[in-house]
Write a protein that binds this ligand. Structure first.
Ligand SMILES: NC(=O)c1ccc[n+]([C@@H]2O[C@H](COP(=O)([O-])OP(=O)(O)OC[C@H]3O[C@@H](n4cnc5c(N)ncnc54)[C@H](O)[C@@H]3O)[C@@H](O)[C@H]2O)c1
Length: 273
């Protein structure tokens, strides 16, 4: 018997990368999954987002574990559409116990006029999108009155800002990810009386399509400061998605039943470097 047997988990950004890994890891522990992902490009980001094929692959991997999954193409910036997707998943799967606000983008050093748009887009996805995700789901969990656990994906950039270069990309990412900590702390106060825990995770660089793509690799090679944002205390350049998934599987389980309001780095020592 898995430690999440009978639970239902919403995961945003579930089509690939960490989101898919979390879906599979939680399904291994017995959870059913509501998967949401944009599955189309965000032009200012400058690298590819997921596709519908990616989302279909997540569905395949969860179903291979004999768990149920309801997957929807939806943009976390659109709270009405997100509400529709969540309500459909809740109706089909019988409730909601776990929320992973994982969807996010980073940006590349695009030309000056684009930096303003990039800053706004990053804030809109990485901060407002997290606010939307919790605002849509927490009332459902309160109404159910069976407690729950919410994990917001921030970053080491949400604790340090190291490698900042004044660009809309780096500044927007760091500001949004710091903002996620504010949301986490504020939500944890609001939701504790309902036995709903809220925490954030702060990965260092993770080997996912967000980083492992051609435009990003080229930007890292050219930037004098990007390297600082990608250097850990332990001798590992990037961690794997599963390293974050293991931490989340613990955080959302009853083993962490009195853990709320914390910012948990999974960062090979990056934060203390
Ligand atoms: N990869 C890293 O180095 C790293 C490090 C620290 C934190 N993070 C954070 O981890 C989270 C997961 O990223 P990842 O590494 O798996 O990257 P990824 O690009 O592989 O996955 C992110 C997913 O989010 C989706 N997405 C983006 N914008 C969306 C939107 N508006 N609505 C719905 N879905 C959207 C993408 O389509 C993609 O499937 C992000 O919040 C990211 O900022 C990543």
């Amino acid at each position: 018997m898995g430690k999440l047997e009978g639970k239902v988990a919403l995961i945003t950004g579930a089509a690939r990368g960490q989101g898919r890994s979390h879906a599979v890891r939680l399904a291994q522990e017995g959870a059913d999954i509501i998967a949401a992902d944009i599955c189309q490009p965000i032009d200012s980001a400058g690298y590819p987002m997921s596709t519908l094929e990616d989302l279909a692959q997540t569905v395949k991997e969860v179903e291979a574990l004999d768990r149920r999954i309801v997957a929807t193409q939806v943009d976390v910036r659109d709270s009405a559409a997100l509400r529709g997707a969540v309500e459909q998943g809740v109706a089909e799967l019988g409730g909601l116990d776990i929320v992973l606000a994982n969807a996010g983008i980073h940006g590349l050093g695009s030309p000056e006029p684009e930096q303003d748009k990039l800053f706004r887009d990053i804030i809109e996805v990485n901060l407002t999108g997290v606010w939307n995700t919790v605002s849509v789901t927490a009332p459902i969990m309160i109404e159910q009155a069976r407690g729950g656990s919410i994990v917001l994906t921030s970053s080491t950039q949400g604790l340090t800002g190291r490698g900042g270069d004044g660009s809309g990309a780096m500044t927007g990412y760091s500001a949004a990810k710091h903002g996620v900590v504010g949301l986490m702390r504020s939500f944890s106060h609001w939701l504790a009386p309902h036995r709903i825990r809220v925490n954030s995770v702060h990965p260092t660089a993770v080997d996912t399509p967000m980083i492992a793509n051609e435009p990003t690799s080229a930007a890292i090679a050219q930037s004098p400061t990007f390297g600082q944002a990608l250097s850990n205390l332990m001798d590992v350049p990037m961690v794997e998605s599963i390293d974050i998934s293991h931490a989340i599987a613990w955080l959302v389980s009853d083993e962490a039943r009195y853990v709320t309001g914390i910012a948990l780095p999974v960062d090979a020592g990056f934060t203390v470097k």
